[in-house]
Write a protein that binds this ligand. Structure first.
Ligand SMILES: Nc1ncnc2c1ncn2[C@@H]1O[C@H](COP(=O)(O)OP(=O)(O)OP(=O)(O)O)[C@@H](O)[C@H]1O
Length: 264
């Protein structure tokens, strides 16, 4: 197991080893509190190696809190997290795309990417290849203040991918972008995952985005946050053009179960 931690009493659960890109993930939170308020209760998220799982739910239902726990940024909870293993036993690599790009303002685009790599690899071809894949070669020597929000978000995506992550955590990665820019970034992300699969937890408010990218949607309800629906997306990702995504969205919104009203 590459990483495992918990507080209070935890249940260790077994997960199959990763055979290709990505690694398995299992998160079981019995309870997560901030002070007297319980924000997550009996929340279980499991993802197979290479699976893209979208966490969808209203503001405040605990999506970011759950990501922080998976990333190891928050260890004050009752439950367990298992990430990995990789088949070859090597350490799991984690990528995190935050809600804001969080680039170092005093470093250039190229330097922001290089800094997340082990020192011997920083001058190798990985950085330039990733900049090219995300159509960022022309701004490699710019500083973050010289970028548009869409470019800064592409750099944040490039920084997460340059480590070749097994597990990628994405928290509203395309929020507050105009729709054409968001569409372009989604297509770039889909292309990156096609070339090098990773297990992805994608937090989003945007149902179209979830349906365009994910293999499965987990719908969370608030107070306290928990999973109320687990919805597989049967159409292959490559076949999900705008019209197909819209049809999937309408189909989901028309389902009679009351939990789907959370999406309206
Ligand atoms: N550090 C903190 N201290 C106290 N309460 C917090 C803290 N962080 C989050 N919360 C509360 O926990 C709940 C879940 O917050 P979280 O940010 O995880 O929700 P979210 O689903 O990601 O929301 P959004 O979609 O608006 O980003 C909210 O009620 C929030 O106010």
């Amino acid at each position: 197991m590459s990483r495992f931690w918990n507080t209070a009493s935890s249940n260790r659960s077994s997960v199959a080893a990763s055979a290709g890109g990505g690694c398995p993930l299992r998160l079981e939170i019995r309870s997560k509190r901030f002070g007297a308020v319980e924000v997550l209760h009996c929340l279980t998220i499991a993802a197979a190696a290479g699976e893209v799982v979208a966490l969808v739910g209203p503001s405040g239902c605990g999506k970011t809190t759950a990501l922080g726990i998976v990333a190891g940024l928050d260890r004050d909870y009752d439950g367990s997290v298992e990430v990995g293993p990789r088949l070859d036993g090597s350490p799991v690599r984690l990528g995190y795309v935050f809600q804001e790009p969080r680039l170092l303002p005093w470093r250039t685009v190229r330097q922001n990417l290089a800094l997340v790599l082990p020192r011997p690899q920083r001058k190798g071809p990985a950085v330039d290849a990733m900049l090219e894949a995300l159509e960022l070669s022309d701004c490699a020597d710019r500083f973050p203040t010289q970028l548009s929000l869409g470019m800064a978000r592409r750099v944040a995506l490039a920084r997460a991918f340059v480590v070749q992550p097994d597990l990628l955590l994405m928290d509203e990665p395309f929020v507050s972008l105009d729709e054409p820019t968001a569409l372009k970034l989604r297509a770039l992300l889909a292309g990156l995952l096609e070339r090098r699969p990773a297990t992805v937890l994608l937090v989003t408010h945007n149902l179209r985005e979830a349906l365009a990218l994910a293999d499965r949607l987990l719908l969370l309800a608030p107070s306290p946050g928990r999973v109320v629906a687990d919805v597989p997306v049967a159409v292959p990702r490559a076949a999900r053009d705008d019209a197909t995504v819209e049809a999937l969205r309408r189909n989901l919104l028309s389902r009679p179960e009351s939990v789907f009203r959370l999406l309206a």
